[in-house]
Design a protein around this ligand. Structure first.
Ligand code: URP
Ligand code: ZN
Ligand code: ZN
Length: 469
């Protein structure tokens, strides 16, 4: 069997940095050598030169929404385009959110997402399941879903009438997750009072995109986070706060973790690099409506909170950076909310830009180490979501989902050169340093120096293990 060898690079894991050559066979890492000690390879070996570069575990994005129906439209990336864009940016696995529609069995929702993804993906994918209707029958069914390798469930305190479930349902879902070894992901924003503020703003004629953040104040995220933690503590279950954006929400997580509770949280690049002033932008092709590009939920927060989130990442109170990739084009999609910010579909593109932004704005600025970069983008999501040790590290026997990372590669982020199927990037014109030269999935090179070498359908559905931390 042909081997692939990555030679001359520096391996970086969540804990170690060392010079080594990595050998791959049958899609797995089979050996890690002291540099140059491999000896003569076979004639058909593929050799990748990683001199001057790092060898990293492929990125794992634990929060994406491909082809998600939302806000009267559908997220513009599907599993083909979204996973390809992910691969270009160095992400080799995603965990996407399947959705149970109200009144449906969980399995119906899951099957619908399998159909969307089957045969389409460039990289591996797994699913969480969003529950919109939790009763005793559904609680029972959660056990069947876990057996299918879908070991985490998301519930929403936000979006009344659409995705919101009440506290009784959340608590019952948490109890059952605790029994099953599953993990509950919480969207912790109190949607009912938020809807009152939104209606009041619209009635006053406050319809511009900037009112999205004004009507979703951080206190509603802090309250939701506190409530989710209390419910999880009472249910005896771990909980994972998705897309944490705000200082007061973080304080709740810190307090819970200090008490030894199994509370975990992710933030997203948009909360680390953008702020609520972006929602007030009026310069650019969309004029007064430019800010719609930045409408996602929770909203962008005051700039000062970025440093709180960086601190949380350094102190391990935040464990993961995922993207919440949920792209909508300005033309024909975000546009639905022209004249009424509440009708702008919520979500931003980001699956391709996560590693670029975190390397450039995290590692290069000294905010986090290279090892912490690997941990928050790959190892921690793998451990929290039952993908470890097959994924999330560089070790013998692990899947050869690897990046050869050029730490000095300069490029400018632009809608014209990125691959996500959306007509803008929130980071247009920003120069970043650091990019993969090679992206390997199961040992196959899928991206080489910006050229796609794989084929649609190479990515596989991955069954995940139960929560093991
Ligand atoms: O604005 C967002 N985040 N859209 C996706 C749905 C969600 O709440 O994660
Ligand atoms: Zn959410
Ligand atoms: Zn989301």
């Amino acid at each position: 069997m042909a081997r692939t060898r990555i030679e001359g690079g520096t391996v970086v894991t969540a804990v170690d940095t060392y010079a080594a050559d990595v050998a791959i066979e049958g899609g797995k890492i089979v050996a890690i050598y002291q540099p140059g000690t491999f000896g003569a390879g076979a004639a058909d070996d593929v050799v990748i030169d990683a001199r001057g570069k790092y060898i990293l575990p492929g990125g794992i994005d634990a929060h994406t929404h491909m082809e998600m129906p939302f806000g009267g439209t559908t997220a513009s990336d599907d599993f083909e385009t979204g996973t390809l864009a992910a691969a270009y940016g160095g992400t080799t696995s995603i965990v996407d959110f399947a959705i149970q529609s109200k009144g449906q069995a969980l399995k119906q929702g899951l099957d619908a997402w399998h159909q969307k993804a089957e045969g389409q993906a460039a990289i591996d994918y797994a699913f969480h399941l969003i529950m919109t209707d939790v009763n005793e029958t559904i609680a029972e069914e959660m056990g069947d879903i876990v057996k299918e390798g879908v070991t985490s469930f998301k519930m929403f305190m936000a979006y009344p009438g659409v995705l919101l479930v009440d506290d009784g349902q959340i608590f019952r879902g948490m109890q059952r997750a605790g029994e099953l070894g599953a993990l509950i992901c919480m969207h912790a924003e109190n949607g009912l009072p938020i809807d009152v503020l939104v209606a009041q703003a619209i009635a006053k004629g406050n319809t511009a995109p900037k009112f999205h953040s004004i009507t979703r104040p951080q206190i509603m995220e802090a309250e939701g986070t506190h409530r989710a933690i209390c419910l999880a503590e009472m249910a005896g279950a771990p909980v994972y706060m998705v897309h944490l954006s705000a200082e007061r929400a973080l304080t709740q997580v810190v307090e819970a973790r200090d008490r030894g509770l199994p509370v975990y949280a992710e933030t997203c690049p948009q909360y680390l690099f953008l702020d609520d002033s972006d929602l007030a932008r009026t310069e650019g092709p969309w004029g007064e409506f430019e800010g719609a590009k930045y409408i996602a939920t929770p909203p962008l927060r005051p700039k000062s909170m970025q440093e709180d989130l960086w601190r949380g990442l350094r102190t391990h109170d935040l464990q993961v950076v995922s993207t919440d990739h949920c792209p909508f084009c300005m033309k024909g999609q975000k546009e639905l909310g022209r004249g009424n910010f509440a009708k702008v579909p919520n979500g931003m593109p980001g699956v391709e830009t996560r590693l670029y932004l975190l390397w450039d704005g995290g590692v290069r600025t000294g905010r986090i180490s290279m090892n912490r970069f690997v941990e928050i983008t790959s190892t921690a999501p793998a451990k929290i979501f039952g993908l470890y040790p097959n994924k999330g590290t560089i070790a013998i026997g692990a899947d050869a989902d690897l990046l050869v990372w050029d730490p000095e590669k300069r490029h400018v982020l632009s809608d014209k050169t990125l691959h996500m199927r959306v007509d803008y990037t929130p980071y247009e014109g920003q120069e970043v340093v650091g990019a993969p030269t090679h992206v390997l999935s199961h040992g196959r090179v899928v991206i080489e120096n910006g050229v796609y070498k794989g084929k649609k359908g190479d990515g596989r559905f991955v069954k995940r293990g139960t929560f093991a931390l």
